[in-house]
Design a protein around this ligand. Structure first.
Ligand SMILES: [Zn+2]
Length: 190
């Protein structure tokens, strides 16, 4: 895989009019290949392995919220970064998830080619499926370099997406509690 990527990057450098042999670029194909391997390492992991080892019996049935989980991903349309914060909440049903596993799950899905809407859905779906939670809410706030560096070139615009499952969909009070806890509108910080 590494050799294939290196060859492709050399071709891209030539195609944009650069000299892949000049000093500053000679190791670039190798660096890009290594970097891509890391940025797409999520394809080699799965949600089951991450979450199954970390489910603990509990009688807690109050909302658990992990907020401000930083993430970095690549958009599947332009291979440019989008990045920001994920807020994840769930209401357990006899099982709670080890807290460090939710950021790991976010990293796993983020280190694949993504669009923000799909990333949001996949995180919600995995938590819902593997923990059997009564409900799940996921909100992502992100900046997209494919929007800021090219296209409409609107720097600093934030895109917010959400995915709700179970009681977060059915019960307005739960949903309101979630959105007021994360307080999305008031605290966009990058
Ligand atoms: Zn894009």
């Amino acid at each position: 895989m590494q050799a294939k990527i290196e060859e492709a990057i050399k071709n891209i450098l030539s195609a944009i009019g650069e000299d892949p042999g000049r000093e500053g670029l000679v190791l670039t194909p190798q660096r890009v290949s290594k970097s891509l391997e890391f940025l797409t390492s999520g394809y080699k992991q799965n949600a089951k392995d991450i979450l199954n080892e970390a489910l603990f019996d509990s009688s807690n049935n109050e909302m658990v919220l992990v907020r401000d989980i930083e993430f970095y991903s690549l958009c599947e349309h332009h291979l440019l970064p989008f990045f920001g914060r994920v807020h994840c909440a769930y209401i357990p049903d006899k099982k709670v998830i080890g807290l460090s596993k939710i950021p790991r799950l976010v990293d796993m899905f983020a280190r694949r080619l993504q669009i923000q809407e799909q990333l949001t859905e996949q995180i919600a779906e995995a938590i819902s499926e593997f923990s059997g939670a009564k409900g799940v809410g996921v909100v992502i706030e992100a900046r997209h370099l494919c929007v800021e560096m090219r296209g409409v070139q609107k720097g600093g615009a934030t895109t917010t997406t959400s995915a709700l499952r179970g009681v977060f969909l059915k019960d307005e009070r739960t949903r309101k509690e979630f959105f007021s806890l994360i307080n999305v509108a008031k605290q966009v910080r990058f």
